[in-house]
Design a protein. Structure first.
Length: 239
């Protein structure tokens, strides 16, 4: 039954995360949404203002039992680790240490912490979906931190799947190229900092960017399907 599914979603305030939250709301699936800023109010979506890049704050929130309380009674618990950031962009010498720490906290530490918390909850069907990227599987100049962080999610899923924990499925999923604020940010980056900018400008000009709404629907169809977990690393465009 749909009421037996509950979803924890990060980065719901805009872009793909907002589209996922709206799709879940439309399907009548309860959502616990975590982000630094509030998003639009939606039926069935409980929002928590939390800076996920702050590992101490996230640890404190997890220790408070809110996650377990929300997922109580769910036959299927799904965690969607969607929150992430592109910065810092540019050659390695331009990366400020604090920027690197901030990005790794949000892109890597938070997803891994939340995944461990969900895995520890009793339940017959626990699912973890890392929103990854082609940048985790292909290196891009200027994106050393972003590429490394997405590769970390891919390898985390591979290793966690080898544990063969009963009732736990995990997938690191590249959703394709989506028309979001991040893409606008890429196109606004100086070529000196990101030499491949022209390729991303061409994607926009040629209408090759998927809409967040279409991507959200297909992502959730996959995440809730029996096929989820068959491979630890996947690309949504293959489904």
């Amino acid at each position: 039954m749909m009421s037996a599914i509950k979803v924890v979603l990060t980065g719901h305030s805009r872009g793909l995360g907002a589209a996922i939250a709206a799709e879940l709301s439309g399907r009548g699936i309860p959502v616990l949404a975590l982000a630094r800023k509030r998003g639009a109010d939606m039926q069935g979506v409980t929002q928590v203002a939390l800076d996920l890049s702050d590992t101490a704050a996230l640890s404190g929130w997890l220790a408070g039992g809110a996650l377990e309380s929300f997922l109580s009674g769910a036959d299927r618990a799904l965690l969607i680790n969607n929150a992430g950031m592109l910065q810092p962009v540019g050659p390695l010498s331009s990366h400020a240490p604090a920027e690197v720490a901030h990005a790794i906290g949000l892109n890597v530490a938070a997803p891994l912490m939340l995944a461990a918390a969900v895995a520890a909850i009793d339940g017959a069907d626990r699912r973890v979906l890392h929103v990854s990227s082609g940048a985790g599987r292909n290196a891009y100049p200027g994106w050393a931190v972003y590429c490394a962080s997405k590769a970390a999610l891919d390898h985390h899923a591979r290793a966690a799947a080898l544990d063969q924990s009963p009732g736990l499925r995990i997938v690191s999923l590249a959703p394709g190229v989506i028309d979001t604020d991040m893409q606008a940010q890429i196109r606004a980056t100086d070529v000196e900092r990101f030499p491949l900018r022209d390729q991303f400008e061409a994607l926009k000009a040629n209408g090759a960017l998927a809409s967040p709404e279409d991507c959200a629907k297909r992502l959730l169809d996959f995440a809730l399907s029996p096929a989820f977990g068959a491979a630890a690393v996947a690309d949504l465009r293959d489904f």
